[in-house]
Design a protein around this ligand. Structure first.
Ligand code: SF4
Ligand code: SF4
Length: 183
């Protein structure tokens, strides 16, 4: 937090807490969330927390334990995690924080119907070309020049099928996007 920014504490009201939320999260792969004892190792080692005034994985773990789902879903900082898995490697309680963030993002899209524009674009690239980033022709040529093997040809039919079966296709058509995530 910058020196000029003032920390404004936010009082948690009892009605904001959903005691069942942690069980819902557990069903989606966050089984170890209740083992978090708030040591802060994840935040201390997180490369995003180092540069962000808002993103704190330890805080996310505590908010899940308390069942503050509305606050979590409306927090755009959730989209700052780079899925580097440093927090998972370093957590003494083996809490899968990176996975928990992924589950929260999925639930947030499902409940709120919003996601950052860049994530939608990455998903559309995957659907169209089989890679999350468009691979320029110059890149293919460079690989040949360097004697590297060609990139594997993606099976676009299979990818489209997966998007359909998982509901991702509907989601991409209906989701609302926002451009900037506060950092
Ligand atoms: S490192 Fe693990 S136990 Fe420590 S605060 Fe983070 S999630 Fe909780
Ligand atoms: S996976 Fe996300 S929360 Fe964990 S260290 Fe990397 S950026 Fe931070």
């Amino acid at each position: 937090m910058s020196e000029t920014q003032e920390y404004v504490p936010s009082v948690i009201k009892a009605e904001e807490m959903d005691p069942k939320f942690k069980y819902k999260m557990s069903k989606h792969g966050a089984e170890r969330i209740m083992l978090c004892f708030q040591c802060g190792t994840c935040t201390a080692d997180c490369p995003i927390a180092r540069f962000s005034d808002f993103y704190r994985p330890r805080k996310i773990a505590r908010m899940v334990q308390l069942g503050l789902k509305d606050r979590l879903f409306s927090d755009e900082a959730l989209w700052l995690c780079s899925s580097c898995f440093t927090c998972v490697d370093h957590c003494p309680q083996e809490v899968e924080i990176a996975g928990i963030v992924r589950v929260l993002r999925n639930l947030s899209v499902k409940e709120k119907g919003t996601m950052p524009l860049v994530y939608r674009e990455l998903a559309c690239n995957l659907l169209k070309g089989g890679y999350v980033y468009e691979i320029m022709e110059s890149r293919h040529k460079k690989r040949v020049e360097l004697g590297l093997p060609p990139l594997p040809k993606p099976n676009l039919e299979e990818i489209a099928k997966i998007f359909k079966i998982t509901g991702s296709l509907d989601m991409l058509e209906n989701v609302k996007t926002f451009e900037k995530v506060k950092s």
